[in-house]
Design a protein around this ligand. Sequence first.
Ligand code: M6R
Length: 364
Amino acid sequence: GKGNYRHFMEKELHEHPAVIGDTLRQYLDPGTHAVRLPRLPFDPAVVPRLTLSACGSAFLAAHVGRYWIEQLARIPCDADVASELRYRDPPLAPGGGAILVSQSGETADTMAALRLLRDGGQRVLSIVNVPESTMARLSDAALLTVAGPEIGVASTKAFTAQLSVLACLALGFARARGTIDAAEEERLTEALLSIPGHAAAVLEQDGRIKALAAEIMTARDVLFLGRGSMFPIAMEGALKLKEISYIHAEGYAAGEMKHGPIALIDPAVPVIALCPSGPLFEKTASNLQEAAARGGRIMAFTDAAGAGPLGRFAEQVITLPSIDPFAAPILHSIPVQLLAYHVAALKGTDVDQPRNLAKSVTVE
Ligand code: M6R
């Protein structure tokens, strides 16, 4: 049941801390905290290329995974939505690996991509939430997200659990390839392990996020901006808002604004910025400042170090716990999902069963 919550989605949002912790513990050694991966269908030390594919939110998790694996493990990666990958018929590297991501493990397009990759000689690893799913069976190996059943059509806790597995994979691959040293691995692992506590603190800002939801609920369009691994999280915020509140939203790479979408900016289009401090902060902040200078209402999610500089031009700044940039996309997923939830709840839409959508998309 929903317990004391109004909707399954709200209940599931509040499960983020537990689910992230449970999933990380599955792939980290309890004593040393070192990444401990089960046997994989490809050897990360030598695999020449990885293809990541999925649909919807699971694809956005894969998109972040690509950034992590490329940056930390230096493995060339490709990430594409399954419905495109399967018709693109891409040349596949001999001896290459594939990573498919799915909550249900039954999504028709993702399964079709899985078959294409497998038949093309790729060794297939799936990240699924349902252990007995078709995808788990069709893969050479499956890694489980420990999210428990997800009832709301909008994916929430399964998404952060997928990110948690992908982060562990990126660290494990990096160790196998010798691209990070032990100290760095320990630092990044500790950052991951700090997420559940920080996630609980983010959920305590519920009232603040609900107030923000009240401000954007009458907008016709909303823009979400992020750079680097925060770009897919901007798209996740936009997808969730579209899906359950029926407000048109776009997730954009902050640096692409000046190539077109900045023409949209006016005070009627709220700009939700995902801008934690780190190496990409300055560039992203200057993109946001350009939007503010054109009348855009900037609502920024950042941390203590980012709050000062963004506060000079942003209409609202929501300060999240400070965390290593590696772990920031997992933490920032929570407020954007919560924001979409509150907009939908305020509008009175059918939050758990949005129109035209199914939990598991078994048609192509
Ligand atoms: O079960 P899957 O993870 O394969 O589902 C993929 C998408 O259909 C799913 O993530 C969808 O985008 C969500 N409803 C988004 O909230």
